[in-house]
Write a protein of this length. Structure first.
Length: 93
């Protein structure tokens, strides 16, 4: 995967990282626990969530994070407003 991100996608990656961070916090998960469940490093989760950093990541990582957060990947993409069914779902430890 190229490290360069097209300008038009920069905001998309930033918004997705913010959505992941918000849902992770709502689920009561630390970055370390989310990373463990998603099979990635904590520093990778940290970089994805950082609002001032644009970190591209693979679909595999995206799907793993969505699964770890127990959310449909489409809901994560459309995360400007989470439906109640997503917000109220409890994550299994």
């Amino acid at each position: 995967m190229s490290k360069d991100i097209e300008f038009k996608n920069r905001d998309r990656f930033i918004q997705l990282g913010i959505a992941i961070a918000a849902l992770r916090k709502m689920r009561g998960l630390s970055q370390e626990k989310l990373a463990e469940k998603a099979n990635v490093s904590r520093s990778h989760i940290s970089a994805i969530e950082a609002p001032g950093i644009v970190r591209a990541f693979s679909l595999e990582v995206f799907f793993n994070v969505a699964d770890a957060l127990e959310v449909d990947p489409a809901d994560l993409i459309n995360a400007s407003v989470f439906p109640d069914s997503v917000l109220n779902r409890k994550v299994k430890p």
